[in-house]
Design a protein around this ligand. Structure first.
Ligand code: ADP
Ligand code: MG
Length: 703
């Protein structure tokens, strides 16, 4: 019998929680820290020293030897550099472990090896990390030992953000300030802060380690670049919520335990639609902590997979033709006196504050649909958005029947007097109670769905950080709140002004509401008629960052400067080009070293068979036909390989980042597809003992 796990005892065991801080710090010092955590400001050096000492003592007691400023550069993952607590020994040769307040709050790091999109050319290469006091420090165990990780923001010498956390923190301040203006209009004088909360549902695939090691594409690109569909896929719908396999269950158990120790509230786990695809959802929390924790979830998923002889694939589309992985970003905003501003209450038409906020969100999402789409883009997600199991690349809002009805009434009459009652949903099973149908019935095809008291942004990719989507959401909603407050604060008749503004915003932006099937072709055509943007790829969306509209938005709230936005656009092109280049080179390697030689020797075998069969006096029609078919496809693959080699070399030589990225998209990706097609056909013809790598069927079902 395995040892009993006491979850309450282990939860946050590796986190320097407020409770631990309180225990170890003088009361006054602790209060200063809490105060800054709540309301911002700078720690005094004396306080920083005291916190650093307490943190170090706790870390060392728990086996830590090093500390690290843990940050999130624009690579989308996290970075860390370890420094030990070791200090210079005294004359007696005795050494004391130390950690100062200065080391806690600020670190210096060479920024020149991280993506900076030109910022590094114009500014010094030095980069600084600064402690995000609102996100707790934690201990990370690895073969390096135990490291005290301090969540930090990463900036250049002159203060330009070089990471994903800095703008997120700035956007959280912006939405707090503007949302407070809205709640003040409704007489809320108590609230001092409004905080966005995020719950990020994480999808992932598991694959057996030994099979993974035989696939260069999985190793280098994180996804398969070749592969024919298996006879069985997800069509039986037997995987979603199905019984979890023993080996996967053991993995999930370990994963949960690791996450709980790190203070991550892993809550829900289940099988997803595709074979070997799974999901983990935590309980929502403050946006920046949720972003940090999602990084920890992704890291832990990969690390724990090693222990179980799995590899974890976070790529958005590991297998073509099979359900991809996303990350549903659940978002709401709550006042510090406990009011969720997205909670409509029992009768939405009475809750004017909710309707005003909803009107502002409609305006924000419609005005900046392009930016929102951009915020959910990464290279892998291009293979998912617009493909038939994922939300399209078009942004729209789903409100549900009841709320849409209220909006329609408001637009038509300026008033919402009726409310569609929650209908009874009869289960037809006597042992189950009849449910009251959720006022916001499910629409799984909407990229931005209202789900009762939050919005669920479903476009985000599984491998991506959720920092950008939430930065953008906070920013665009802050802008709409600000414009509404500017008007309403001046109004003589506030009730009337609110009424008019709701009607005006909802009327002007009703095109963004869509309750139908977002996966249908009709919607793509309809969205075009409505003038909604449909940005197909990550690089098509990149320039939305530097439009006048975007610069005005982000500069107004101090979230990004124009220069920062330009650098981020540049990095998108660079990242895209690098990623496709790796994929193309991997395909070239696999095709020329493994696939083509295997098929060539197979044609030799077939030819011998044909000769032998004929010598034996038979006609050998079938063998001959197979030989011809394989030979033709082999020639096709050879030609396609030559084209891909040439185009990849051409692309790699292009100097301008944007031009280069588009060449990879328009030319190199085409050449990749042209190589894949004959190879996947060959996989279906060639003797399976000769095929040089595991098939989709093996990768997905041998888990
Ligand atoms: P589902 O998406 O299947 O309906 P839930 O609604 O239970 O599942 O929650 C999905 C995710 O949304 C979870 O991570 C949950 O913590 C988060 N969530 C729930 N309520 C909120 C909220 N008010 N704000 C932000 N996230 C939330
Ligand atoms: Mg969900």
């Amino acid at each position: 019998m395995s040892e009993m796990l006491n979850v309450e005892n282990i939860f946050a065991e590796k986190v320097f929680t407020n409770a631990k801080m309180k225990e170890r710090l003088p009361k006054k010092v602790y209060q200063e820290v809490m105060n800054i955590m709540e309301h911002g400001g700078e720690l005094s050096m004396a306080t920083a020293d005291a916190v650093a000492m307490a943190m170090k003592d706790w870390a060392v007691e728990n086996g830590a030897t090093h500390y690290s400023h843990w940050f999130q550069p624009l690579t989308g993952i996290t970075a860390e550099k370890h420094d030990s607590f070791i200090t210079h020994p005294d004359t007696q040769g005795k050494m004391l472990m130390e950690f100062s307040g200065k080391e806690l709050i600020k670190g210096e790091s060479d920024a020149s090896s991280f993506p900076s999109g030109g910022l590094r050319a114009t500014f010094e290469a030095r980069g600084y990390t600064a402690w995000d006091i609102t996100s707790p420090a934690f201990l990370k165990d690895s073969a390096c030992g135990t490291i005290l990780c301090i969540p930090t923001a990463f900036c250049s010498y002159t203060g330009e953000a070089l990471d994903k956390k800095t703008p997120l923190l700035r956007s959280m301040e912006a939405i707090s300030e503007q949302a407070l203006r809205i709640v003040r209009l409704f007489g809320n004088t108590e609230a001092k802060k409004v905080t966005p909360s995020v719950g990020a549902e994480q999808e992932y695939f598991l694959v057996d380690k030994d099979l993974y090691m035989q696939r260069k594409d999985l190793m280098f690109a994180g996804r398969t670049l070749f592969g024919a569909l298996p006879p069985k896929g997800q069509e039986m719908e037997d995987h979603y919520f199905g019984v979890i396999k023993e080996r996967v269950g053991a993995y999930m158990k370990d994963l949960n335990e690791e996450l709980w120790k790190l203070g991550v509230t892993a809550k829900t786990q289940h099988n997803e639609a595709a074979p070997a695809q799974h999901e983990l959802a935590p309980i929502y929390e403050t946006a920046n902590i949720a972003v940090d924790h999602n990084q920890l979830v992704m890291e832990a998923m990969k690390r724990v997979a090693y222990k179980h002889d799995f590899r974890c694939l976070l790529h958005e589309k590991p297998y073509a033709g099979v359900n991809g992985s996303g990350k549903h970003d659940n978002w709401s905003i709550t006042t510090d006196n406990g009011v969720n501003l997205l909670d409509p209450g029992d009768t939405p038409n009475r809750n004017i504050q909710f309707l005003l906020i909803l009107a502002c969100i409609m305006k924000a999402v419609d005005t900046h649909a392009d930016l929102l789409r951009q915020s959910a883009s990464d290279v892998g997600n291009d293979l998912r958005l617009g493909a038939n199991e994922a939300p399209p690349a078009i942004i729209s809002i789903f409100l549900g029947e009841q709320l849409e009805d209220v909006v329609t009434q408001l637009i038509e009459t300026g008033d919402a007097t009726k409310i569609k009652k929650g209908k009874r949903l009869h289960t037809g099973v006597s042992t189950l109670p009849d449910f009251v149908k959720d006022a916001t019935d499910r629409n799984r095809t909407s990229p931005f769905a209202f789900t009762g008291n939050k919005f669920e942004f479903r476009m985000v990719g599984s491998a991506d950080s959720v920092a950008s989507p939430n930065t953008t959401l906070n920013a665009i909603v802050a802008e709409a709140f600000c414009e509404a407050a500017d008007r309403l604060e001046q109004a003589e008749d506030l009730d009337m002004a609110i009424h008019d503004l709701i009607k005006e915003y909802m009327t002007e932006h009703q095109r963004i509401i869509f309750n139908g099937d977002g996966y249908s072709d009709e919607w793509v055509a309809e969205a075009e008629r409505r003038g909604l943007p449909n940005l197909h790829t990550m690089i098509d969306a990149a320039s939305t960052l530097t439009t006048d509209k975007a610069v005005a938005l982000f500069e107004k709230f101090g979230i990004f400067t124009r220069v920062e936005l330009e650098s981020r656009e540049e990095i998108i092109y660079e990242t895209y080009a690098k990623t496709i280049n790796i994929e193309a080179l991997t395909m070239i390697d696999m095709a020329s070293k493994d696939i083509i030689p295997a098929v060539a020797s197979y044609t030799g075998e077939l030819a011998n068979t044909v000769i032998a069969v004929k010598e034996a006096g038979a006609m050998g029609f079938a063998q001959m036909e197979l030989l011809n078919e394989v030979d033709t496809l082999l020639a096709e693959a050879r030609n396609a390989l030559t084209v891909l080699e040439k185009e990849t070399a051409t692309a790699a030589a292009i100097k301008d980042a944007k031009e280069q990225a588009f060449y990879y998209k328009d030319v190199v990706k085409e050449a990749m597809d042209a190589l894949r097609t004959p190879v996947d056909k060959l996989e279906m013809l060639v003797d399976s003992t000769i095929w040089p790598m595991p098939t989709y069927g093996e990768l997905m079902f041998e888990v």
